[in-house]
Design a protein around this ligand. Sequence first.
Ligand SMILES: [Zn+2]
Length: 153
Amino acid sequence: MPYPVGHLVFFMFCVLLAGMLAMAAMSFKVRMRLSDARHLKLYMGILVLAGCTGSLFPDVPALWNFILHGNLRHVTVGPVPTHSLFFGIVFFCIALMIGYLIYGKRTKAVSVGLFAGAGFISHLMLDDLAEGSIYYLYPFYGEPFSVFYSFLV
Ligand SMILES: [Zn+2]
């Protein structure tokens, strides 16, 4: 299990940087007023927050297990694995609803959800590289496996 700072740095340099550069390039194409630039900064801040939360969210059970049980098992909450695509879809939907509550626009809500989902996927990728056993297909396939070590090495 990489440390939380490792997950944040991996997300920042591998996912967020590309997304922010693309959004900045789009904003330079369109002439913006000053009030639009302020809204854009807030919007980018919310996207960064959503992505960083997504990159740390699968390890929340580690904190839960450390406080309640004194161990650092971080892959499951009870019998449910948090390092699965199913849990990522649930988190994507939560971020989507929060984005819709904030903006009331479907496109901005989807972008908040996508950044959160990208953060979640970056967490799974880094854990896969570090440990090699992730319950990717949890409700349909109950055994952990590694995409990186099974298909790429
Ligand atoms: Zn993890």
